[in-house]
Design a protein around this ligand. Sequence first.
Ligand SMILES: [Fe+2]
Ligand SMILES: [Fe+2]
Length: 324
Amino acid sequence: MNYIGIDKHILVENSKIGCDLYLKVHVNGTSRYVLFCHGSEQYGTVRKGELVERSIERLYIQAKDYEKFFKYQEENLPCILESIDLGPKEKSRAVYHVAKKLTKDILQNIGGTEIDIDRAKNWVKYTIGFILNDPGAFSSLLSMTSHDYYTYTHSINLSVIGLLFGKHLNLSSENLNSLGTGMLLHDAGKVLIPLEILNNPGKLTKHEFEIVKQHPEAGFKLLRDQNNMEEKFLIPAIRHHENYDGTGYPYGIGGDDIELNGRISRIVDVYDAITTKRCYAGAMSPFAALDEMREQMIHCIDKELFQEFIRLLGPADRGLLNKA
Ligand SMILES: [Fe+2]
Ligand SMILES: [Fe+2]
């Protein structure tokens, strides 16, 4: 059996964890895991006191229970993010774990019946609170962005980077909410693109590219038909491939005809696509990605906004700012 370590401070007092908790004990030079708290048991003051008494900082869960543990963190996210015992790194990890589970669930269900948009809205709400209140949130969240090519990790990166950017731009909390939720769902239409096209390592044929180009509108329609979906959440989905000079898709609109959240989505989408290690390219450093955006994709994006984006991510590099 495989076990995964967790920080004890992530456990909220008087909550039910939903999966068994183990302690790692060392006996005669070998280590083994012993049951500490049953999943259905309340993790209360007595259990907490035992850990303090024995100076235990880390607990373990079985690897197979990881998704259950993500769910537990989702249910307790406000408490976790307000905890005075947890640092920004642990909090950021919880933010990412929760997002991973809920984005996967939402994207898997999106073509079917109803998706639970409230889960996404809640996650965005708590993440905004964390970003606004914890000075350590920026760098710890940014270091969590994971550079693989899954649509759900890309979506989480976009939402998190979008929220950090939105805060930098002093957007209202209402606008931050629609930006964060919209960005989490922006590539929903990709569920309709065949995987062999989505993961194609080579250059797409004209026909394949036409299919890929359908995903903003497909996502817009899929999301629009969901319960509880407000129009403002749909802007990232329908606009994130529109270029500032009007050469993008699906409508080829440009300039300020693209709503602010659409222009932000375009910048962050390009940035994450470049920095992310996808099946056909290697990952790139933030500096190199910003430089490539400036050199090759500046027509795609709102230049003034891009300067702010450089201020956000590369404040030490004035040279880049001057060139943009
Ligand atoms: Fe996209
Ligand atoms: Fe995207």
